[in-house]
Design a protein around this ligand. Structure first.
Ligand code: HEC
Ligand code: HEC
Length: 326
């Protein structure tokens, strides 16, 4: 018997050493770097239509994380991220040549937005990747970044460097990885098909699933519909003043989803203006999206009807949170 214990003891001991070794390695290496990639040769032609479309996508995506109080893309502190992940800051993405992205090529920007990898091979783990955004829409984003619009004009102001927690560093060795660049064209879906257009607007443009699914990290960026708890909500985030707020269940589950809560018109209103049918206002980090058209938000509603229903009672979870706070 004693021998068995000894063997188990040695085995456990080696396991602990192995884990300790791995943790030291992660702590020392930090976020892993990759070989500098082959950047695609892309030159984006700027047209007024592209700048306008890019501005809509920029307002939904880029401004939310990169804009300071004056609406300039200087980079800022990302306060809604749970403390577990560290102190995170975005970067200056104005046209400034030194502090911003003024000297990035169009190809470098598009490669980065698809994969998360910069031209020197460094990886930006917190920045979302956009594998499903149509090529045409990505080009619009680039046209907007190069345009004469106010938020993108060169400025030298910048945010401090991020301080990633050990957990974040560990995640960049496991779940948070660069995506591969596919030279294949990603085309726009048929805008007259509400379900296809709604899925594209919600998943590829709005990134709605990333907050409204079951886990903030464990997500399938390439096939969002395979993400755990797709549109079932329930993620606890930091809202205004650091107060916790739980993301909503957007599936059409009769009891706990939006089926009975929202008509299409009410849904369009809450998404565009942030006001529920009873007059209550949605809490941060859910922000109103008036830049989307009624047609686009209506399409999201039609698409959500087709998503597998998930029973997840957020109202109950919110009530429990409030009890816990008292
Ligand atoms: C959820 C927040 C978030 C959103 C949305 C977001 N970014 Fe970022 N972005 C970041 C963070 C954080 C970084 C810093 C790198 C890191 O640690 O991941 C970053 C880095 C970058 C960089 C690299 C800059 C550098 O100097 O290395 C570029 C370029 C960029 N973002 C462009 C964009 C564009 C364009 C959009 C809109 C399509 C966008 N980002 C949307 C958070 C975000
Ligand atoms: C940064 C995370 C985040 C993103 C991205 C996000 N949401 Fe939300 N959303 C939330 C949170 C948190 C709430 C809960 C707010 C509250 O309780 O007041 C919420 C609430 C909602 C509600 C209210 C549901 C209810 O039961 O009353 C709707 C509708 C909604 N979001 C739709 C969307 C759509 C559509 C998108 C994409 C265009 C989206 N959200 C993107 C975080 C997010």
């Amino acid at each position: 018997m004693k021998k068995v214990f000894k063997i188990i003891g040695y085995a456990l001991g080696s396991l602990v050493l192995l884990i300790a070794g791995y943790c030291t390695y992660v702590a020392v290496v930090g976020v892993p770097s990759y070989d500098p990639p082959t950047i695609p040769e892309i030159t984006v032609e700027s047209t007024p239509a592209r700048v306008a479309r890019g501005e809509v996508i920029g307002q939904i995506q880029c401004l939310a994380c990169h804009a300071n109080n004056e609406n300039r893309l200087t980079g800022k502190y990302l306060g809604e991220v749970p403390a577990l992940f560290g102190k995170l800051y975005s970067k200056n993405i104005t046209q400034d040549l030194e502090k911003g992205i003024g000297n990035w090529t169009d190809g470098e920007l598009i490669y980065f937005l698809r994969t998360g990898v910069r031209r020197d091979g460094t990886f930006a783990p917190i920045m979302p990747q956009y594998p499903n955004m149509a090529d045409e829409d990505l080009k619009s984003v680039v046209a907007w970044l190069r345009s004469d619009r106010f938020p993108v004009q060169a400025t030298k102001e910048e945010a401090p460097e991020s301080e990633l927690s050990f957990v974040s560093k560990l995640l960049t060795h496991t779940l948070m990885k660069p995506l591969t660049y596919s030279p294949e064209l990603v085309s726009l879906p048929d805008s007259t098909d509400p379900v296809a257009w709604g899925k594209y607007t919600a998943d590829a443009i709005g990134d709605c699933y990333s907050c409204h699914s079951g886990d903030l990290i464990d997500q399938n960026k390439v096939h969002p519909e395979k993400s755990k708890g797709y549109y079932g909500g329930g993620i606890e985030m930091k809202g205004e003043g650091g107060k916790p707020v739980i993301t909503a269940n957007l599936t059409f589950d009769e009891q706990t989803g939006i089926a009975k809560k929202y008509t299409k018109e009410q849904f369009i209103r809450v998404v565009k203006l942030g006001v529920r049918p009873d007059g209550s206002v949605l809490k941060q980090p859910m922000f109103p999206r008036p830049m989307l058209s009624d047609n686009e938000v209506g399409a999201i509603y039609e698409f959500l009807k087709t998503v597998p229903k998930i029973q997840n009672d957020i109202a109950k979870k919110n009530a429990e949170l409030q009890l816990a706070e008292k």
